[in-house]
Design a protein around this ligand. Structure first.
Ligand code: AKB
Length: 315
């Protein structure tokens, strides 16, 4: 049975990931950590600032961890507001986590992102191995992180693994500070107000994925036979690619009075414009059997149903 320490466990992915991991591996085998305790996590929890390597080491050792899932990071739009802080947190945190993984011989997962691509990357069906010259601090962190994880595998034999996540959509914990967040906000606003103003312009395609598929991808990659992995880190994965008017049209099928207009945010639009329209996930399919269950239609049905229930319960 795995013993897993998760950093950033109260974030958008972490808060659902710890529930899934505890279902699979047992409540007491998953230690959730985050910079502060903001909600009850129904299982072991410790406060951890990922820039504190000593505490990360001590907590991992005391817990008897054999696996680390390192999620703590700033997302693209927030990183652009404070690039120096983003470098320190994203790269400092990752370096500490890799060092702890090396010292304690932990299997290791950390996510990269479609943000690791830039304006000179081929835009459509972006290959697994291609040009990566991102123009955002987040992208710079992600490319450096991908390389660092590869380095720790080849230099020290640390079993590092990772995926490039697209925008992730979920009804449980809202994202904070990303460029793709509009695709979550739109569902909340559709249910709450019946209308939405998009900060991303019509015609801007980006890859997206529903959270259950993202969580399953982490579990599947960590359970995959390591000898079959040619890439190990930074696998392209995606479930769908759409632009704002397509998600609005899908919502309108269920809420016919739903209206959307645009008030484009230049910063987030520039980031979105520098990212691919759609990426090719065939390496993940071939090497560890990646498969997404949700497309835009199926995700929209589930999101609206779950959000209706959630928002009614708190009103
Ligand atoms: C963001 O928008 O910053 C993230 C991502 C695609 O990495 N959701």
């Amino acid at each position: 049975m795995k013993k897993i320490i998760v950093t950033g466990a109260l974030g958008q992915i972490g808060s659902e990931l710890i529930v899934k991991l505890r279902d699979i591996y047992g409540k007491d085998n998953v230690l959730a950590t985050d910079i502060r305790k903001e909600k009850d996590v129904n299982g072991p929890f410790e406060v951890l600032d990922v820039t504190d390597e000593n505490r990360m080491y001590e907590l991992s050792k005391q817990f008897g961890a054999d696996t680390m899932i390192h999620m703590a990071a700033l997302l693209s739009a927030t990183a652009e507001k404070n690039p120096q802080f983003a470098w320190n947190l994203n790269m400092g945190g990752l370096m500490n986590a890799l060092e702890v993984a090396r010292e304690l011989n932990l299997q290791f997962f950390t996510p990269s992102s479609i943000g690791a691509f830039g304006p000179s990357t081929p835009k459509d069906n972006t290959p697994q191995d291609t040009l990566q010259r991102p123009t955002t601090m987040y992208g710079v962190n992600k490319v450096a992180g991908e390389l660092l994880c590869d380095y720790y595998f080849t230099r020290y034999g640390v079993d590092t693994r990772g995926v490039r996540f697209p925008g992730l959509i979920s009804y449980a914990t809202p994202p904070g500070g990303g460029t793709t967040d509009y695709a979550v906000d739109i569902y909340y606003k559709a249910v709450e107000n019946g209308r939405y103003t998009s900060y991303i312009a019509e015609g801007t395609y980006m890859d997206m994925m529903y959270m259950p598929d993202a969580l399953q991808a982490i579990v599947d990659l960590m359970e995959a036979d390591g000898s079959k992995l040619k890439h190990r880190n930074a696998f392209n994965i995606t479930a769908m690619s759409f632009e704002p008017s397509q998600i609005a049209a899908e919502i309108k099928k269920h809420i016919p009075t739903f209206e959307m207009d645009y008030d484009v945010d230049p910063t987030r639009q520039a980031i979105a414009d520098s990212w691919p329209n759609s990426i090719d996930s065939s390496a993940a399919v071939e090497e560890w059997g990646f498969k997404a269950q949700y497309n835009l239609e199926k995700m929209t049905i589930d999101m609206l149903e779950k959000l209706n229930r959630k928002l009614k319960a708190i009103s």
